[in-house]
Ligand binder design. Structure first.
Ligand code: NAP
Length: 334
């Protein structure tokens, strides 16, 4: 960068269906002056996340839509370059929401200083950040797993799914993961210790589930929705708990999908199905971080990251989430 300019990626047009590269545009822009209470940041790692697809639509949701010709905002790890805020100094590492930009000026109030992490700083965007906490609260607060129960998780080899399955194993459950490749299936069973895993692209999902879940399904942690979830919900037990965390298979549809109607299964099995948004647990984040960090320190919880290098690869890393390119948390290193 020259002394005053930086690069950022803006939303050039709203996607119809699966986003394409022409929905985004890279720009060079002049950084604003740093005012009192603000810091100039250099981005080290960018998080790309499936929920960003929803923010590319114009409609109202639980977070406001991205604005056309404005940068794509989201989680990032940055280094403070210059500070006019009392608690920040050059060299400090912070968690920001400055998103797809090489540099940014941010109010210090929007930054969290990263100190005392038990491992690499990238943990703050994954296992000890939004995705790890999503797994923790979605599983324990909604599904209440107990030893001996059968837990199925979809999107099992992703950032949230890899953690959900391991946490369920920690409390003594039988864990079955559903993912999109043989390599991922192998990783889940051989590296993470899942009891079984299913490739939803090549296996007959219903038959494979019946095989892998001989006592039926007590808990379903849903990251993907669509036909995968239809198959899981047709095999739930009485009193099943279902955490609706994500519906990535539907995010790129232009029209609402109509699948098998599952509500009779919820009714007849007296199941509990609950959607949740991780931000609603903000007040309890310290509890979640403490628990996850303890299991990591004890060597009982692994985490996986897929890191692509170079700001130029940010858009492709995001698009890769919909192709299943990533194992664990997808990040971009600048
Ligand atoms: N409720 C919340 O607060 C919250 C917070 C974080 C994330 N989420 C949601 O949780 C889910 C997982 O998020 P993440 O950050 O951990 O992402 P991720 O699982 O690391 O990445 C997305 C994965 O989704 C799978 N996928 C893509 N298209 C699919 C399709 N059509 N059908 C089935 N699977 C598909 C791909 O894996 P395969 O190779 O297996 O297809 C891909 O690797 C997402 O739906 C996300 O929106 C919700």
């Amino acid at each position: 960068m020259s002394s005053q300019t930086a690069r950022r990626i803006v939303l050039a047009k709203r996607p119809t269906g699966t986003p394409t590269t022409d929905c985004f545009r890279e720009e060079t822009y002049t950084l604003p002056e740093v005012h009192d209470g603000e810091a100039l940041l250099r981005t080290l790692y960018i998080s790309v996340d499936p929920y960003m697809r929803g923010r590319m639509n114009a409609g109202k949701s639980y977070v406001p839509p991205f604005q056309l010709d404005e940068p794509i905002l989201g989680g990032a790890i940055c280094e403070v370059v210059e500070s006019k805020a009392p608690d920040l100094k050059p060299g400090d590492l912070v968690l920001s929401q400055t998103g797809w930009q090489t540099h940014a000026v941010s109010p210090a109030a929007n930054l969290r200083k990263l100190e005392g992490l038990p491992g690499p700083v990238t943990m703050a965007l994954g296992i000890l950040g939004a995705t790890g906490l999503t797994a923790y609260f979605g599983l324990f607060d909604i599904c209440h797993p107990t030893s001996g129960e059968t837990v199925v998780v979809s999107g099992a080899a992703g950032a949230v799914g890899t953690v959900v399955g391991q946490l369920a194993k920690l409390v003594g459950c039988r864990v079955v993961g559903i993912a999109g490749s043989d390599k991922k299936v192998q990783y889940l069973t051989q590296t993470l210790g899942f009891d079984a895993a299913i490739n939803y692209h090549t296996d007959d999902i219903a038959a494979a589930l019946a095989d892998a879940c001989p006592s039926g399904i007590d808990i379903y942690f849903d990251n993907v929705g669509g036909p995968v979830s239809d198959a899981v919900l047709s095999q739930i037990n009485d009193g099943a708990r279902i955490a609706v965390c994500g519906q990535i298979s539907l995010y790129n549809l232009d029209k609402p999908d109509v699948g098998p109607r599952v509500m009779p299964m919820i009714l007849t099995h007296r199941a509990l199905m609950k959607g949740f948004i991780i931000g609603d647990y903000r007040d309890r984040f310290p509890e979640g971080v403490r628990a996850l960090a303890t299991w990591i320190a004890e060597g009982r919880l692994k985490w996986e990251e897929t890191i692509v290098e170079g700001f130029d690869h940010t858009v492709d890393a995001f698009l890769g989430l919909f192709r299943g390119d990533n194992l664990g948390k997808q990040l971009v290193k600048l």
